[in-house]
Design a protein around this ligand. Structure first.
Ligand code: ZN
Length: 241
């Protein structure tokens, strides 16, 4: 089975469409989504509808839960709060119902999935050694998949913890040691590469590959400015920060 793992789409439809075009061209069997479908970006309804149609497993992220009102908007400050308030106003009933049906953690064949981490599926970031060790300790599946940080990451837990950031083209062998992988963010990457980040898991070959896909950033930026979303959120997309 060949799986495309997508996370943190954040209502960036042009990024999502570019990734799905590659997914379709390369013959994937399934799409798993790790949450934060909306928030920050200008096309929440379309992104939620596309992921409802295409993803066989889909989690809720902290932004989705804030937009739904399951988490108070006061937990966000500044631009994230402004974007969440805007998203609440424009979100249609059908995407709202779909988002409301999602949980921040889930399972898939041979994998455990979390938006944040196993110790806090909504808020915790796996960005430190301590968080990574806790994530391995609290799970048992060969593969642990997390999102939320918007930074592509590959860690393994054999005799010791190994790994780090996973730039474009990074490949890791599956089987043997347990792996914790973060695909990075489709719609708002923060690791210095502005291209949409996602992860290919190919169980037939036994390899996972960190992929990046170019998309027309300027179209998403124009939509954000048109919608009146905070300028800083549009500007950062050009730099992948
Ligand atoms: Zn996010």
């Amino acid at each position: 089975m060949k799986v495309a793992v997508l996370s943190d789409v954040h209502a960036n439809l042009h990024a999502l469409e570019a990734v799905l075009a590659e997914v379709d061209a390369d013959g994937f069997d399934a799409i798993w989504c790790l949450g934060d479908l909306v928030g920050y970006g200008p096309r929440p309804n379309e992104c939620a509808a596309l992921l409802e149609e295409r993803a066989s497993v889909c989690l809720a992220g902290n932004h989705d839960l804030v937009v739904l009102g399951k988490i108070p908007i006061a937990t966000f400050v500044g631009e994230a709060a402004a974007a969440a308030a805007w998203t609440r106003r424009v979100l249609d009933d059908d995407p709202r119902s779909f988002l409301a049906s999602l949980e921040p953690q889930g399972t898939a064949p041979a994998a455990e999935l979390f938006h944040g981490s196993p110790r806090d599926a909504v808020w915790d970031y796996v960005l430190s050694e301590e968080a990574a060790l806790a994530a391995f300790a609290l799970t048992s599946a060969p593969l642990v998949l997390v999102g939320h940080s918007h930074v592509a990451l590959e860690l393994s837990n054999g005799r010791q913890l190994r790994g780090g950031q996973a730039p474009a083209g990074t490949r890791v062998e599956l089987g043997g040691v347990r792996r914790l992988l973060n695909p990075g963010s489709v719609g708002q990457p923060r690791d210095g590469d502005a291209r949409a980040a996602w992860l290919e898991i190919d169980n037939a070959s036994g390899w996972a590959t960190f992929r990046r896909t170019e998309y027309p950033v300027e179209l998403t930026q124009a939509e954000m400015r048109e919608a009146g979303l905070p300028e800083a959120l549009a500007a950062r997309l050009a730099h992948g920060v």
